[in-house]
Design a protein around this ligand. Sequence first.
Ligand code: ATP
Length: 442
Amino acid sequence: MAEKGKDTMEKLVSLCKRRGFIFQSSEIYGGINGFWDYGPYGVAMRRAVEQLWWKTMVEDRDDVVGLDSTVICHPKVWQASGHLDKFADLMVDCTQCKKRYRQDQMEDPSVCANCGSRELTEPREFNLMMKTYVGPVFDEEHVAYLRAETCQPIFVDYELVRNVSRLKLPFGIAQVGKAFRNEVTPRFFTFRSREFVQMEMEFFCRDDGAMEWFDYWRDQRLRFYTETLRIPVDRLKLHEHDKLAHYAKAAVDVEFAFPFGWGELEGIHHRGTWDTSRHEEFSGKDMRYFDQERNERFHPTVVETSCGLDRMCLALLCQAYSEDMAETRKEGQEQEVRVVLRLPPVVAPVQVAVLPLSKKLNDDARLLYERLRRAYRCEFDDGGSIGKRYRRQDEIGTPFCVTVDFETLEDKAVTVRDRDAMTQERVPLESLDRVLMDRVFA
Ligand code: ATP
């Protein structure tokens, strides 16, 4: 990673910890690699992003419905999906002669049987599936897996969901939830974690129109990043895959310019009829769709949109992180570096902060806060100088601070401070709701 990118990431990681967005899981025990906890602001932001996705993909549409399946499902699901066949063993590489071993087959696990070298890599688990046991007996019969992707249960439940929703092709099923992968090299903060949240939508359609749906969903998803999340177009790119899975007809990734380089946010995949056919083969249940009008039975073709919520949040944080110079009252200094998260108001963990200039104004300010919190994510902050409070709100990305001062009692107006423009504007209380509404949801 270039120095500048490294520097930005270090600053962001430190801000996320300092302000309680994201920090290492089990930190008091030294952390656990690839696992991250979201603190109060992180969770508020992550929920906001998730809700925007859900609204766009499910609530605003008539042709997509939701599902919330379990993390653990029947192990055959992962046989059918092909996950269990791939990367199944612990492997050790000899760094000298490059011979690779399955660790459980090595006679002496500390010496390379080929060249005698002791320069062996640590054993690496290549099966990305996280294994567990269901029930009190810990043997092979009771092995189960934490899902490696949220889409498989969608395929498994597809017929049930279609039936209860009385949907006809084309239609989609969406799910948000945890996925687990035993990543060999977790890195770049939350970018590659071992536990993360996926947001996936599987769109079932006829094969003859599937490429048009693929193009449609690619465009829709790109619009989500640029219009809903306000990510500038030049920080995004589409990467078309040349090598496709044997069943797939097309695949494109949406990539974002992270400080450490371009990284995948989302994949849009044309999966053919692979999923329902495979689950039919392994379960013995007919997974075909019956088209009444044409009197035909067939496996629907699937177009998938699959993204990671944590990566989306990381992209938003990287995009938002900035530093500028701002006036200060610190002794001997006129200006100081201001760290500011320029998050779009729709995803900011706090959208409006209510700040009484003096504790004597707390009662009035609290009344206003109670009113505003019905419409926005709000915070009430009466601690420290007003300058410090503004800086704090800047660091957590609060787009608007509403300050209640002694004049408020007289002129029935408050000061609205804009995070980005740093302007302070007197707004009458009676028009405050409209002014904020226009700006937060602009
Ligand atoms: P990569 O090539 O980066 O490993 P992938 O192609 O395996 O990703 P998919 O299986 O298509 O990813 O998963 C869909 C989405 O889930 C990805 O675009 C990404 O946003 C998210 N995702 C996948 N793996 C991880 C991970 N280890 N940590 C966080 N998010 C992930």
